[in-house]
Every structure is written in C-alpha cells, then in structure tokens.
Design a protein around this ligand. Structure first.
Ligand SMILES: [Fe+2]
Length: 566
C-alpha cells in the first residue's frame, strides 16, 4: 500500500511517499516555490512525489497529516482563555483559518486538481505531531529498540515528548505542554537578538561561541527551571509568545533585564554575543537534565532525537558526549518537514504492521534531473560547458587550486543541510575562504561558520571523539594540532559541525573527497548549502545556474558537466 505524509499549514511544509515500509520520496515545498521555510500548502511537492513514481491520488491507500486539528484548535482556545485579555491576538492572528482547513483536508485533496485516474479512495488519518516526529527518527534509525526524545517549539499543545520505540511500536511515556517550551524560549531570544524565529536559531547557535556565557548565565538560568522529574517551566513574566500566534516574543521585562533588543541587521555587539552564549548554555543544560530523566524512564542504550530543537548541532554534540545514552541517532529533517515522513512511516509500521527494513542511508530522496536537463539549463544560462571524463578528479583539481565550486548531483538531500548533492564546495585549508564565501558567495553574516565533509574512515585523525555523523547534526572538536591546517572549517571555539561521508551513503561524493585528499593530504572539503542567504537550497539545474550567475562562485558542476561563466 502507498502512504502519503503531509506537513502543511505551518512552517516547513513537505510531502513524503512511502510504499509499505520503503521510503520512495521526500521533498520540502520551499525547494519548489523558492520561499524559505514556506507555510504554503505543499501542492507542488504532492504533484512531484506522485508524478515521479508514476502514481496518482487514486493509488494512495492512506494519507497522514502531521497534527490533530481538534487538538490544535483546543490548544489555541485553551491558551487564549487562560491568558485573557492579553491573549486576544491568539484569535486575531494571521492564520486563524488554518485549523479549519486541516479539518477539511480530505475534501480539499479530493477536489483540487491533483491527477487521479479513478475516484480517490484514500483514508485520511491525523497523526499526533510529536508521534510523527518520533516516528520520523525511530523508524529511520538502525535501532530495534530506543528511547525517543522529541523537542520543538510546540506541536498541538506539547513541546517536549519522551517515549520509546520497539520494533514497529512507539509509545509515549511523558510530555511537557505549552506554555513551557524550550524551542519557543530559544526562538524568542533569537527574535530579541535581531534574527527571524524559525530560521534564525542556527545563526544564534553560530554566534554563541563569540560570547562569554557566564556574563548572563545566572539571568538566563532564572528564566528556565527544570526538575529531576523531567519537568521544566519558563518564567512567563519575560515572554509573550504564549499570548500571541507566535508573533510577539519577549516581554518588556526581558528587555529591562537584558537591555534593549537588537534591531535586525544592526551592529552585533559583545552584549548580544554574551546573551547568545548564555542562551545556548541554558538550552544545553536543560536538555541534558531532560535526557537524564528520559533515561530513567527508558533505560535503553539507544536514543533517537527529532523536533526542530534537534537541529541544534552544538546541543546535540553535548548530549552525545555527556548524556546517558551510548548510541544516538538524529534524523536529517528533524524539523517539521520531517513529520511528513514520520506520519507516513507511522501508518505503514504502527498501524499496518509493515516490517521495518534494514536501515539505509535515507538522505537522497528528492528530485533528480537528467544530463539533458542539466545541459539545457547551462546553455540557457549562457555558460561555457565542458564534459569531464572523470568529474571527481577534475573537480578535486579545481578545488585544490582554490576554486569555489557549485556541486549539483543526483537526488536532492533530505533536510536543511546540504550533504553533497546540492552543495557549494571549497578548500578547507585556505584561511581567507570563510570570509570570501560569506561576502562574495553566500552574502551572509561574517560570524557564521562553515562545516566540513570528511571521509568517515579518516575522520578520527582530524576530529576528537568523532562518531557516525552522516547528517551534519553533531559538533566535534577539531584536534588542536590540526586546526591550523583547516582554518576555513574550524569555528572560533575550535569545533566543527561534521558530516562523515561513507562510500555506501554517497559514492560519488566520497570519491571526490578522496581525490581531494590524495592531492592535498586533507581528506575533507568545506561544504555549505547551495543557496544564498535567505533562499532555499537549489532544487533544479535552472536554480543552480541562476544561483551560480548571481554569486562569485568560480565553477558549476552539473552531473559530469563542468560549467564556467562566459
Ligand atoms: Fe514540530
């Protein structure tokens, strides 16, 4: 049976297609409509997953939606009533009709213009939001049994979810509900620091190592109190997110305590960096305390992580090093987009008993384009095109020569990190590369670091205590004696957000890094997502050509075509 999973009517909408227990496709709507973290309903994604597999809506047995609408409505009404009159804007916010659209989703799907040879007969099932997060990580993990930790802003009325998985079953053990949310706490301070919530959190994480966490640690710890019983509370005197539909964030009391908020794009001062550092510290401390409680509830050796907060790779690194679990798996689309995958997998495994498959590296599940489409896009962009006999050797030579390369290959990767199929690549040895890339290619803030892709078999020579990190969601220390060799990927605190690359997961990318390693003695590349600031990662060859022409990248490699600007 075919299962569709949908994340929609919230940020990061996406669609997944699963056949019994096998994942066929996953894509985020932002890649098609080119609006980062889009809230648009994933129409184009739906069309693509069906068309790419020769299916239409009448072939679909069940559809999973990533939240329960009545719980969403109930949570909102409950929250509004509890904090009246300050909470009136919960009702008048910008998307009050969404919950009703979710209720009518089945009708909408049957009556929109999606192709169907026969009248569709799918059954629509609403999956609890955190259950979808939990399923998205547990069913992709290599574990037969594991503790599961889902942590985000909020899903329906829950913000933190503790549970376990065994075989095809997933069960909840404990949860924390709104208004207490570590995700919204982090997003609120992100907004205070002049960045956009639901997107800017990663910037704050990158900023934190420039600050002194101790300066504001006591103040920040005052705002979040956690207990041994897996509970935590946010001091709501300092926040307003719960009074609004996620449009107001910190309260005047917060600004009285920490000083005025930073205007977006204004100067970044030491005070803001110190606040970012304290915020990151308190998130890590609270998450560690919660994880210890989860381990008491579920004393497994294995942990599966998901939820938007699990994109915080610095926190993840600490949970791996200091937490009570031996083995940790984090799903690449830990954010809400991944819930589409989790919802579909939950129906297949938990509801229909489909057997779990041997875990594959489920990363490259998006659209791919033929050589002819790539060539046509390059020619339409006026590029000088040349076919490489050995594209990895050729590209490695260009990279070793200091060239910045747009690297576009095969199926697009899952999640917000480029993992070697839609990447901008550069030489990690060049001390000026970080500034060059930030200023001339990515057009983004100078403090933001770049990450390395390293051959898995040699990762230990370069990073301390490095484990399996195929999804670039864990931060490790660069070995002190190696830091001067790879300045472009070493962050100010001596760490790096590492992607370990195996030949099994991505043979072509592995060959490229190995070729670069043979030439330079450094078996890694600087890997940043193929996009400019504020734009989603490129999806089509035409997107790649447009991005290439709009930046000072030197070379664009589309499949085996090496393209230059005229
Ligand atoms: Fe979520």
């Amino acid at each position: 049976m075919y299962f569709l999973g949908i994340s929609g009517y919230g940020h990061d909408s996406a669609v997944a297609l699963v056949e019994d227990g096998r994942i066929l496709a996953f894509v985020e709507e932002e890649r098609f409509n080119r609006e980062k973290h889009t809230m648009a309903f994933p129409e184009q994604s739906l069309r693509w997953v069906l068309e790419a597999h020769g299916l239409d809506l009448s072939d679909i047995g069940e559809v999973a939606f990533y939240a329960k609408p009545w719980r969403l409505i109930g949570a909102r009404i409950g929250r509004a009533l509890r904090y009246l009159p300050r909470s009136l804007s919960v009702f008048t916010a910008h998307r009050p009709g969404n919950a009703l659209r979710i209720v009518a989703l089945g009708h909408y799907l049957r009556n929109n213009s999606l192709p169907a040879r026969r009248p569709p007969s799918f059954r629509l099932r609403y999956v609890h939001h955190h259950l979808a997060h939990a399923a998205s990580t547990f069913y992709l993990s290599p574990f037969e049994e594991a503790a599961i930790f889902s942590i985000d802003g909020a899903g329906e009325d829950m913000t933190t979810w503790f549970g376990f998985g065994q075989g095809t079953r997933i069960l909840r053990r404990h949860c924390v509900r709104l208004p207490h949310s570590l995700g919204l706490f982090y997003s609120a301070v992100t907004h205070y620091l002049g960045f956009k919530p639901w997107g800017g959190e990663g910037k704050v994480m990158g900023l934190a190592p420039y600050g002194d966490p101790e300066r504001y640690a006591r103040d920040m710890r005052d705002l979040v109190r956690w207990s041994e019983e897996g509970r935590f509370t946010i001091d709501l005197r300092y926040f307003e997110y719960h009074l609004s539909d996620w449009t107001r964030w910190v309260s005047p009391a917060f600004e009285q305590r920490f000083g005025p908020r930073r205007e977006p794009e204004s100067e970044m001062t030491q005070r803001y960096q110190d606040i970012a550092a304290a915020l990151q510290l308190v998130l890590e401390e609270a998450a560690l305390a919660l994880l210890r409680h989860l381990h008491r509830l579920v004393p497994s050796r294995n942990l599966c992580l998901a939820g938007g907060v699990a994109l915080n790779s610095v926190m993840n690194g600490r949970l791996v090093r200091e937490g009570p679990f031996e083995n940790v798996f984090i799903q690449p689309a830990a954010n809400d987009a991944g819930c589409s995958l989790g919802g579909a997998l939950f129906l297949a495994h938990a509801a229909h008993g489909a057997a779990r498959r041997a875990p594959a590296e489920v990363v490259y599940l998006g659209p791919e384009y033929s050589g002819a489409v790539c060539e046509a896009a390059a020619r339409a962009g006026g590029l000088i095109v040349e076919r490489a006999e050995d594209v990895t050797e050729r590209t490695a030579a260009l990279l070793a020569d200091g060239k910045i390369v747009g690297w576009f290959q095969g199926r697009m990767e899952v999640g917000p990190r480029a993992l070697g199929n839609r990447s901008i690549l550069a030489d990690p040895r060049d001390p000026a590369m970080k500034d060059t890339l930030n200023n001339r290619v990515k057009h983004r803030e100078g403090f933001r670091p770049f990450a390395p892709s390293v051959l898995a078999e040699q990762a230990g020579d370069w990073f301390a205590d490095v484990g399996h990190s195929p999804h670039m969601l864990l931060v490790y220390a660069v070995r002190p004696e190696r830091r001067a060799q790879v300045p472009a990927i070493t962050h100010v605190d001596g760490t790096a957000r590492v992607q370990t690359v195996t030949a099994a997961a991505n043979p072509l990318y592995h060959r490229l890094i190995a070729a670069f390693g043979r030439r330079t003695g450094v078996p890694m590349l600087l890997n940043t997502s193929f996009n400019v600031r504020g734009e989603p990662i490129v999806c089509t060859p035409a997107d790649a050509v447009r991005c290439f022409l709009g930046t000072e990248m030197d070379v664009l490699v589309l499949g085996d075509l090496v393209c230059r600007k005229p």
